[in-house]
Design a protein around this ligand. Sequence first.
Ligand SMILES: [Ca+2]
Ligand SMILES: [Ca+2]
Length: 468
Amino acid sequence: MKAKIILKRFMFFMLALSLLTLILPEVSFAQSNGATVINSYGPPTAANTWEKFTIPLTAATFNVDDVTFQQVMANVQQLRIGTEFHNGYDIGVVDSISIGTRFSSDFNSGLEGWSASGDGTMEWIPSGGVSGGHLQVSDWASGDWHYAATPPEWSGNWSDLIGSSLVFYLKTDQPSYASMIEITSEGSNRLVLSADPSIVPLQGSSNVSVSPSPAATQDMAVSLTSSDTNCITIPSSVTIGSGQPSGQFIASAASGAQTDCSSVITASASNYSEGRLTLRVGYDSGQGGLVSTIGQFPDIVFYALACLGLILVGGVLLGAGIFISRRRNRLRMRNTAFRGGSCLLTLVVIGVLAGLVIGGVSLIAFGFIPGQNIQPASAVSINEILKTGGGGLLLTLLGAFLLNGGIKAIFSRRTIIEDDWGRLREKRGCSAILSGIAQAFFGVLLLVAGLGMIALTLYKQVLPWLGF
Ligand SMILES: [Ca+2]
Ligand SMILES: [Ca+2]
């Protein structure tokens, strides 16, 4: 009898509980000021390949009833395109986004108000898109997913867009799993960062604006950080006056900043989610003339040209050496023992190369070549000095011996070579001169590399160590 009563009470309790779970979601839906609809999409079929996605803006696509979808579309706060497709570090890039015929972004001149959301940081990339520029979102911290979020100005009534499509091109380096498109009518307090110019000029600065969405109703303090102050420096905070649409601050390339370094600028304020923007230092913005021409060459091209110049100088010196040796040795060629010419020419070549290489590195170190500089090492280490300086010295010595041997072979038209079986053989005449030239060429290459390493060690490590 007693057991029957307990069972009855238990059933009543369970009924109440299930009624409650049915009602609760309705209650919470009524309390929150909107809803979020989600569509799963992707991943792209191949890594690092642009793929076009077309997402119909319909209740069916987002797997909700018509009423819910209409409610969300009538008051869109933001649309987020998921750019994360992998558990570890991954990068998503997006280009040519359109929503119906009402909104579109081609990112050919900047981020156009788009911002990173979740744990991403956004960067504007000026080329390599489906056409021209595009946006890039990369993992900044672990935890949340990362997204590209629509500009706050796009918020509003999207009812006319029901039935049209969201179209965009996307590429990821790690297509491991699906991501999502999310449309929400819930308020999202966020800080949107934008920079003008989008790439900070070397030795220059960009104007950065931070826009709170929604706008602040009272004076608002925004804290700012730069993830790499050796690259980009910013003030520690900016205050946005009440009712102001945005606050402005200057992001400057640090004095020793290298071309192509980047830093993540983070803006945070209470009750707003963090805004993040990756800023990169570009080439010199100098107006016309030599400065901008040199500045636009990537470093590798500049160094390749410098090396080519040095090799040409070496070649001319060798040619002169051959010419002189032919005249001088014409008479004493026949019965000369294998001892070659003097090492005077070798010393002259080493001297000229040392002058050119160390002089060139010094010009860069003292800032005479625009767009190029040598940064002193952040921490001087004896280990590093011994490694690069000693390595440079070894290469220089090896180069000197090779060069000397090569020049001697050219002078005497004789050289001793070792064949594949380890037998020593003497080469004479033209073939001796040819192998001499090859030997001297490699000698010059090693000398240039060795002297360059010594000079760089001097400017990067030894001088800062001595306190200059
Ligand atoms: Ca990831
Ligand atoms: Ca584009």
